[in-house]
Structure formats: structure tokens, C-alpha cells
Design a protein around this ligand. Structure first.
Ligand SMILES: Nc1nc2c(c(=O)[nH]1)N[C@H]1C(S)=C(S)[C@@H](COP(=O)(O)OP(=O)(O)OC[C@H]3O[C@@H](n4cnc5c(=O)[nH]c(N)nc54)[C@H](O)[C@@H]3O)O[C@H]1N2
Ligand SMILES: Nc1nc2c(c(=O)[nH]1)N[C@H]1C(S)=C(S)[C@@H](COP(=O)(O)OP(=O)(O)OC[C@H]3O[C@@H](n4cnc5c(=O)[nH]c(N)nc54)[C@H](O)[C@@H]3O)O[C@H]1N2
Ligand SMILES: [Mo]
Length: 662
């Protein structure tokens, strides 16, 4: 399908898309492997890595070697990376940066609906919406093509900042609700209270399609909207107005993103919003719905194929015996040889180099020195490793700490598939020849597997276990996913190339795929969605005299993620040259600062440098920092590595800080 006909973004590309072509022949592009900073041949580099890995494995056992993947990797890479960890290395220690990204929405979606797919409906359904509530989603900057699907709707934006999304909503006659960071759970409880107290509960939907309402209501009953207002700062009138809009409009949607999730209680917070959606009868009803906006290039597919510590392909659990049997049979190894669940991303990074932790780390598609919380501690742990290997097209901050850097291809230079927020599998075609000297991630994995030799435990690894042809990897992924929640077995390269729009589950070659989930039943065995009772707890740390302000972090239009790529594009750097701290002018003045001055944002972990950007619409108690910048400007020098107990997602969106003049 020509990009222009593509329905999700109607051929639209954001600024990053237009300029990313300049990264393909960028002067800083890595084109030769590096060993301790010096260029070496591929054979030399891979031999060295394999020798060190086998040595560490022999001395300390397979869990001494860890793997860190990325949600930007294609499905084929994510699949083979997880398999490489479990089969070639035999380690349980594999996780990925998607843990930072959507894991709280995934966990809440699984427990409410029995399956986790960002949008259980095509994004074009939003075109007909009467009202769309966006909680913690700054789509005007993070997914601009989505805005074109919202133009017909009244928009309600729930965000502590007056974000670009909030601004365009208000200018179009919509609403902006401004809770303090980390207090959405109280707000959602207050709004559920309003829904029930004011007679908006959709009783027939709740009875027919859900279970758990009574317990969820018992938890929300003490949350009079006045009490919610005291905690989150959103007025009773605004709570009532939004509940009324959601309850009385014909076509209504509630969408969440990272602002709701990246908290120490992110899963319960997403659940609180889902409870409200269920009480009002949104999910699985044509013309209405609940959804989560995905993030990374392959945010959805990246979490389905087994690069997550607790998962096997097809969105299976690594602790489930039947799942282990199935996947082991596809892999040609005994199920008992598959390791159990490993450490989650932040815990894995925190364990590196500790006596009980991994001594070597292989990184594919992540830049945790910039993107992980409490990043100074992460850099220290990486430096304490016996061996750090980074595969990347660019010398990222993480690659700069590596013993061995492996130069790999990037998006336009290779074939593969990605799965978008609608669960739709997209074929990505090679458009350009890679620079001489670089290899694909699949070639790197195959080259390492070959050199690792037999496993110490004698488990034979099939000779063709690591195909380098993306289609061969995909065909194996299809078999591994067959029968799982994310069943790709009916999806093939020829079907995708013929232009079919295929959304998983697609269990057979003649199955049309599933653009809309939940229309008849939810994915739990009884077909019912679950409301989950949730309690408000608030951020993991508190503000006090020393650290009187909340800092929240996020994105700007011009930069992508850790900035490893976008900070190298001159046009983007011209637009957004460095970090800033968005702050109310009175709050800045109280700290002795004014617009344009250099500030230090100090937390209990460390300090980041940022230029003051005064925003009269900001909350007095909250500042915002983008996380795209590195070195002394890195927002993650201040963030709190506190984890959600279920998803193990870190609290990027709320930590206590003070401002100082720099
Ligand atoms: N330009 C650009 N686009 C991107 C990316 C990028 O780096 N740059 N990254 C991609 C990726 S991986 C992702 S995950 C997505 C993320 O997409 P979004 O989730 O839209 O992006 P964020 O800026 O992280 O967070 C969204 C908003 O949450 C708000 N927020 C903070 N705390 C709270 C809270 O407690 N409650 C509520 N309701 N809101 C809160 C922030 O103020 C922010 O405006 O974007 C994707 N698109
Ligand atoms: N404070 C704060 N921190 C955050 C967030 C936040 O909102 N606030 N958001 C979090 C979120 S949602 C996310 S998704 C993470 C993402 O953060 P990161 O893990 O840092 O993600 P990227 O910057 O995309 O890093 C990807 C790296 O992989 C390289 N790369 C690109 N394509 C390929 C490939 O095909 N193969 C290989 N081997 N390498 C490739 C890139 O050059 C880059 O160096 O950051 C998280 N960190
Ligand atoms: Mo993300």
C-alpha cells in the first residue's frame, strides 16, 4: 500500500519522519565494529564477544550473561532476541526498554479484558467520535497524525501541563483538566463516584458484560468528588462535566498513554480509568471504546514475541507449562531447558555487576544511559560489568561505555514487520542498501550463536535456530505464536504484500484478522471484563521543604526518545537545542529564576541542567522536563527508580525536586 493511502496516518509524517532520512548517511554512523574504541573486523569482534561470554557462562552460570532489547526492534528481531537469550545463552536475564514504556497499560489491559492490544479497534473509528478523553497523552507532539482523527470530537485532555494537546483541545472548544502528577487514580475514583451518584452507571452493560463492579464501587464509594478534588486539584464541576459528556454522548472514547502509566501505581491508575470506562459501558461497544496509545516504533509487537523477562512468543507466559511445551517444540529444545522468568528492566540494570547479578550485558535497540531512571546509577552499573556489548547504528551514550560496539542496519535498510497500536501487522521493506560494513541484528545474533558453541548443559541447539532472512524468522514466529493470545499464524509476508490489513489474532491463512476485539466477548474464559478494586496511594516519594516541587517528564515534537538519533539531526537541534524546565513564572521567581536563565533541577538522586521556560498556564507545584537530552542535561539524573509492584514500570512521571540557579 502506498504510504499516502495508509489509513492510520493518511500518509502524514511528522517532523522526525521527514528528517530521519538524513540519518541514513550521517557522518557519525557506525560502520565498523569497535573493540575498546578501536576498529576491528567483524570476525575479531564476534570471536571476542563469544569467547568472553562462554568464559563467563562457564565460570558463573548462564544467568551471568544478560540481554537488553528494544521496543523499536522489528517483530523478527524481538522474537529472535528472546530466543537467543533462552536458547543460545540459556539465560533468564532478558528484558527490554518497553518495560519503561507500556507495561502498566499492558498489565491493566490483561487483567480487565484478558488481552493487551493498544487499541482494540481501528484508529479510524475515532473519526466518528463525539467525545474523546485523552488522559496523560500529548498526542499533538507524540503522535501528530492521530489528531486528524479527533477533529470531529469534543476533546478532553487530562494532563498536569497545558500541553500542546491541551492547547489545541481548548482552542477547539474542548476541556483541559489539570491533576497534580501521580493523582489520576484519585481523579478516576472521584469520577466513578460521580457516575454512580448521578445515575450514569450503565447497569445493563455492567450486568451483561462485566464482573467485579460491586468491589470496585466499594473502593470508589468513599471518593466523593470533593475529596478527589482535594487530592488531585481537578474541580468537582469539571469532574461532573466530563462524566456527563462521556455518559451522554453517543460515540465516546477514553484513551490513555504514558502520563497515566509511568508511576509507582501505574497499573492501578490505568485500571481506575478502565473501571470508569466499564461503568459507563464503553469497551467493546461499536462506536465507543477504551484504548492505550502505544509508543515505540514497534511498541505493540515488541511486547508480544518474548523479549520480556516473563514472556514467550505469542504473548505467552514463561511460567505456563503448556506455553513452554509449545514454544520449546517449535524451538527444538526440551521445555525443561527453558529458563524461568528473569529480572525486569530496572531490576536487571540495578543488578549488573553485583555479586548475584549478571557480569555481561548485550544491548540491542536501547540507550539506557539516557532513558533509564536514576541514570547516573545505571551508568555506574554498566561500567562495573566484565563485558558490555552494544549493537547500534550510532555511538549512543550507552555504546560509548561498551567494550564492544557492533554497527547495525537501521529501518530503511532492512526488511521486517512491525505491529502498530491497532494490532495491525505492517510490512516494512528495505528501501536502501546499508553502508558497507554494517550487519543486521539478525546476522549479529546468528554470528554469535554459531560461535558460542555447544551449551555447557549439553542441550543441543538446532543448526538453523537463528535465521538471518527476516521472512524465515517471521515464519518461525508464526508457528511459535500459534494458539497464543497474539496469534500471528495466519499472517504471512505474501498476504501483507498483497495489501491485506491484518490485525491479530489471525489464526489461519484464510482468517481475515481481527480489527475489532471485544464486540461479543472479552478475552477472559467467561467472556466478561473485570472491574478491579483500586486504592489511591500517590507518588512513591513526597515533596517537603528541601524538595518542594513535583517534576514530571516527557517528550517534545522535535526529538525522539533518548535522542541518540534526533540529537544528530541539525534541523531538529535547531528547533530544540537543549533541555528546558517548564515552570510557572511565580514558581520560577520564588527560586530566584526568570525566563531563559540556566537552572539546576535537583532531586534526591541528582541534578539536571535546564533552561527556564516560563509557562503561565503551569501548575504552581509542578515542573516539566523533556527526557531527550544527555550528559548533565539528562532528566533521568533526577527521576525516581521506584517501580510499580505489578508491571515493574518506573516512576518517570513524578519525583520531588527543587529549582536552583545554575
Ligand atoms: N516527538 C516524539 N514522539 C514520540 C516519542 C518521542 O520521544 N518524541 N516517543 C514515542 C514513545 S516511545 C512513546 S511511549 C509515546 C509517548 O507518548 P505520550 O504518553 O503522549 O508522551 P509523554 O510526553 O511521555 O507523556 C504525555 C503527557 O503525560 C503528562 N503527564 C505527566 N504526569 C501525568 C499524570 O500524573 N497524569 C496525567 N494524566 N498526565 C501526566 C505529561 O505532562 C505529558 O504531557 O510517544 C511516542 N512518540
Ligand atoms: N524521564 C523519562 N524517561 C523515559 C521516558 C519518559 O517519559 N521520561 N519514557 C520511556 C519510554 S516510554 C521509552 S520507550 C524509553 C526509550 O528509550 P531508549 O531505550 O533510550 O530508546 P531509544 O532512544 O529509541 O534508543 C534506541 C537505541 O537503539 C538504536 N537503534 C535504533 N534502531 C535499531 C535497530 O534496529 N537495532 C539496534 N540494535 N539498535 C537500534 C538507536 O540508535 C538508539 O541508540 O525511554 C523511557 N525513558
Ligand atoms: Mo515509549
Amino acid at each position: 500500500m502506498a504510504p499516502r493511502e495508509f489509513p492510520t496516518n493518511a500518509g502524514g509524517l511528522c517532523q522526525k519522519g521527514w528528517t530521519s532520512a538524513s540519518l541514513l548517511d550521517h557522518p557519525e554512523r557506525l560502520t565498523t565494529p569497535l573493540l575498546h574504541g578501536s576498529p576491528v573486523s567483524w570476525d575479531h569482534a564476534l570471536d571476542h564477544v563469544a569467547r568472553r561470554l562462554t568464559g563467563l557462562r562457564a565460570a558463573y552460570g548462564p544467568d551471568a550473561v544478560a540481554v537488553f532489547g528494544g521496543g523499536g526492534l522489528t517483530n523478527e528481531k524481538a522474537y529472535l532476541l528472546g530466543k537467543f537469550a533462552r536458547v543460545a545463552l540459556g539465560t533468564s536475564q532478558v528484558d527490554y526498554n518497553g518495560r519503561f514504556c507500556m507495561s502498566s497499560a499492558a498489565a491493566a489491559g490483561n487483567r480487565a479484558f484478558g488481552v493487551d492490544r493498544g487499541l482494540p479497534f481501528p484508529v479510524t473509528d475515532l473519526d466518528q467520535a463525539d467525545v474523546v478523553v485523552l488522559a496523560g497523552a500529548n498526542v499533538a507532539e507524540t503522535m501528530p497524525p492521530l489528531l486528524s482523527h479527533l477533529h470531529g470530537a469534543k476533546q478532553v485532555v487530562i494532563d498536569p501541563r497545558y500541553s500542546a494537546t491541551a492547547r489545541q483541545a481548548v482552542e477547539a472548544g474542548g476541556l483541559h483538566l489539570r491533576p497534580a502528577p501521580g493523582t489520576d487514580l484519585a481523579l478516576a475514583l472521584g469520577m466513578l463516584h460521580v457516575a454512580v451518584a448521578e445515575g450514569y452507571l450503565d447497569r445493563s452493560y455492567v450486568d451483561a458484560r462485566t464482573t467485579g463492579f460491586e468491589a470496585a464501587w466499594r473502593a470508589a464509594a468513599p471518593w466523593w468528588p470533593e475529596r478527589a478534588e482535594r487530592v488531585c486539584g481537578v474541580s468537582v464541576a469539571e469532574q461532573r462535566e466530563v462524566v456527563r459528556l462521556l455518559a451522554t454522548s453517543a460515540r465516546r472514547y477514553l484513551l490513555t498513554a504514558r502520563g497515566v502509566e509511568q508511576h509507582a501505581h501505574g497499573v492501578d491508575t490505568v485500571s481506575a480509568w478502565i473501571n470508569l470506562a466499564l461503568a459507563l459501558g464503553l469497551p467493546g461497544v461499536p462506536g465507543s471504546g477504551f484504548g492505550t496509545i502505544t509508543g515505540q516504533g514497534n511498541g505493540q509487537g515488541g511486547r508480544e514475541h518474548g523479549q520480556k523477562a516473563d514472556q514467550l512468543p505469542g504473548y505467552r507466559s514463561i511460567s505456563d507449562d503448556a506455553a513452554r511445551e509449545h514454544v520449546a517444540s517449535v524451538w527444538g529444545v526440551p521445555a525443561a531447558s527453558l529458563p524461568g522468568p528473569g529480572r525486569s528492566a530496572v531490576e536487571l540494570l540495578g543488578a549488573l555487576g553485583r555479586p548475584d547479578g549478571p557480569r555481561a550485558l548485550l544491548v540491542f535497540g536501547a540507550n539506557p544511559v539516557v532513558s533509564a531512571p536514576d541514570s547516573a546509577a545505571v551508568a555506574r552499573r554498566l561500567k562495573s560489568l566484565d563485558l558490555l556489548v552494544v549493537a547500534d547504528p550510532f555511538p549512543s551514550e550507552t555504546a560509548r561505555l561498551a567494550d564492544v560496539v557492533l554497527p547495525v542496519t537501521q529501518w530503511a535498510e532492512e526488511d521486517g514487520t512491525m505491529t502498530n497500536l491497532e494490532g495491525r501487522v505492517l510490512r516494512r521493506r528495505r528501501a536502501l542498501a546499508p553502508p558497507p560494513g554494517v550487519r543486521t541484528d539478525l546476522e549479529v545474533l546468528a554470528g554469535l550463536a554459531l560461535r558460542l558453541g555447544p551449551r555447557p548443559d549439553g542441550v543441543p541447539v538446532p543448526a538453523d535456530a537463528f535465521p538471518t532472512r527476516p521472512e524465515a524468522a517471521f515464519d518461525e514466529l508464526r508457528r511459535a505464536s500459534a494458539g497464543g493470545l497474539a496469534d500471528y499464524s495466519g499472517i504471512s509476508y505474501p498476504r501483507l504484500e498483497s495489501g491485506e490489513a491484518l490485525h491479530w489474532p489471525c489464526p489461519s491463512p484464510d482468517h481475515p484478522g481481527t480489527p475489532r476485539l471485544f464486540t461479543d466477548r472479552f478475552a477472559h474464559p467467561d467472556g466478561l471484563a473485570r472491574l478491579v478494586p483500586v486504592e489511591y496511594a500517590g507518588p512513591a516519594e513526597s515533596v517537603d521543604e528541601e524538595y518542594p516541587l513535583w517534576a514530571t517528564t516527557g517528550r517534545v515534537l522535535a526529538h525522539y526518545q533518548s535522542g541518540a538519533q534526533t540529537r544528530r539531526v541539525a534541523e531538529l537541534v535547531a528547533v530544540a537545542p537543549g533541555s528546558f524546565v517548564e515552570v510557572h513564572p511565580d514558581t520560577a521567581r520564588r527560586a530566584g529564576l526568570s525566563d531563559g536563565e540556566a537552572a539546576r533541577v535537583v532531586s534526591r538522586r541528582g541534578a539536571a541542567l535546564a533552561v527556564v521556560r516560563c509557562a503561565p498556564e503551569a501548575r504552581l507545584d509542578t515542573v516539566f522536563l523533556p527526557f531527550h537530552f544527555a550528559a548533565e542535561q539528562a532528566a533521568n539524573l533526577v527521576t525516581n527508580p521506584a517501580l510499580d509492584p505489578i508491571s515493574r514500570m518506573p516512576e518517570f512521571k513524578a519525583c520531588a525536586v527543587r529549582l536552583e540557579s545554575a
